[in-house]
Write a protein of this length. Sequence first.
Length: 106
Amino acid sequence: MIARALAMHPKLILFDEPTSALDPELVTGILETIRSLADKGMTLVIVTHEMGFARKLADVVHFIADGTIVESGPRIAYLSIPKARGSADLLSRYPLTLFSAPKNRF
């Protein structure tokens, strides 16, 4: 799917839960591919519950609840000190250690 999207030479790519239906052993490969695209300057919009990955990759994080952006901010501020109650609840359910990669990656 990523290769098909890249064949169109897009200015940005939207990923909606890119790892949600994958076997655990495939997740790292997909996240590495996405990281490679970001490193090359591709603009990415990613909907994810991979909080550890978001913390390492995102420039800006938006928390959306019931179709409304409840909170936005730079990744470190948002993921470290969420202001909205829903944000804090989400982060407590999805700890930032959810995604672990080899030390040299991400």
